[in-house]
Design a protein around this ligand. Structure first.
Ligand code: SAM
Ligand code: SF4
Length: 332
């Protein structure tokens, strides 16, 4: 549905992927993401409405964006999520519309989301051990995630990706158990390196389990080969199991940044656009829309933001500043 010029930044990257955070709230409290209590939630009126989200998405699609991912916080805690999916799907029926979720509400929602036009789901799961899951997510809900995954399969989502964050001393011994389980279940597992985006600012490089380390552990049991169809702009490096039983990936955001190929922009639940997870600048689309700005005004701000897209994040360098908002407020 391109009717406006593409969004190209000063480093020659074209924006094709829009991440919409639709709430900062969550029904878990993962230790690498949020504190146990005391999160300052956004007020309801500050959240973009489904109409506002759809309008912004439409202008982005007109500028050549191909894919939209719904995230949060936990996107499934927002009321009537299938309604938003239906509204976005109606913009472009072939749209690559996906959801990142902790899976707790998929038993209830998977069929309605599929019917509304959702194409893909990514479910986050960091441990297969009930006590360990409880410790990591601070809620005893492993069974609900597993049931949500089964419901997604039954609803026809394929492939289903499972995201796992490893922390040394917590769940770094689960590389092989998670990989064996995902192979058996037919899920594509991706290990994500822990990034300095936790709300409580306790990120510690010593607790990060690197992609190289994870791949070495995988190689101790499985024969892997790089997937030939890996999308260079996708954050995951993907591998095939040589025996043909699926794929596994690593997202090495910290140790092997992929900023040079980044084609993403993100909108926070309160309508602030960020051109990088680690941006220290935000662009206020809520204000533009609520002040009566027309579609051209939305496009102009999109273009201004994209022009200033950062060449890359600076994790590990002296100039690195952890953004004020955490992952759950930005939209992972
Ligand atoms: N609540 C949903 C979920 O957990 O899938 C969607 C939002 S969550 C912020 C998106 C992804 O970011 C999840 O896979 C989560 O594990 C990951 N994540 C959260 N905090 C992170 C951090 N500090 N570093 C790396 N990944 C993180
Ligand atoms: Fe919630 Fe997702 Fe953050 Fe866990 S990672 S606390 S599920 S937003």
């Amino acid at each position: 549905m391109t009717s406006r010029a593409p969004l190209i930044d000063t480093h020659g990257r074209t924006v094709r992927d829009l991440r919409l955070s639709i709430t900062d709230r969550c029904n878990l409290r993962c230790v690498y993401c949020m504190p146990a209590e005391g999160m300052p939630w956004l007020a309801k009126d500050d959240l973009l409405s489904y109409e506002e989200l759809t309008r912004l998405a439409r202008v982005a699609l007109e500028c050549g964006v191909h894919g939209i991912r719904l995230t949060g916080g936990e996107p499934t805690v927002r009321a009537e999520l299938p309604t938003l999916v239906r509204m976005l799907h109606a913009l472009a029926p072939g749209l690559d519309l996906s959801l990142t979720t902790n899976g707790l509400k998929l038993v209830e929602l998977a069929p309605a989301l599929r019917e509304a036009g959702l194409v893909r789901v990514n479910v986050s799961l960091d441990s297969l051990d009930r006590a360990r899951f409880h410790q990591l997510a601070r809620r005893d809900r492993l069974a609900d995630v597993l049931a949500g995954l089964a419901a997604s399969k039954a609803a026809g989502f394929a492939p289903i990706k499972v995201n796992a964050v490893l922390m040394r001393g917590f769940n770094d011994d689960e590389v092989l158990p998670l990989a064996r389980w995902a192979r058996d279940e037919g899920f594509e597992l991706r290990f994500i390196e822990w990034m300095p985006l936790d709300f409580q600012r306790q990120w510690d490089r010593a607790k990060l389990v690197s992609a190289d380390e994870i791949l070495a552990t995988l190689a101790s049991e499985f024969a892997l080969e790089p997937a030939a169809d890996d999308d260079p702009s996708a954050p995951a490096r993907t591998f095939h199991y040589r025996d043909g039983s699926g794929r596994v990936g690593v997202i090495a955001s910290v140790t092997r940044p992929f900023c040079g190929q980044c084609d993403r922009i993100r909108l926070t639940a309160d309508g602030q656009l960020r051109t990088c997870l680690f941006s220290v600048r935000e662009y206020d689309f809520r204000r533009v829309m609520r002040a009566g700005g027309d579609d051209d005004a939305i496009e102009a701000l999109l273009r201004a933001a994209v022009l200033r897209k950062e060449p890359g994040h600076l994790i590990g360098q002296a100039a690195f500043v952890q953004p004020e908002r955490g992952m759950s407020a930005i939209g992972g």
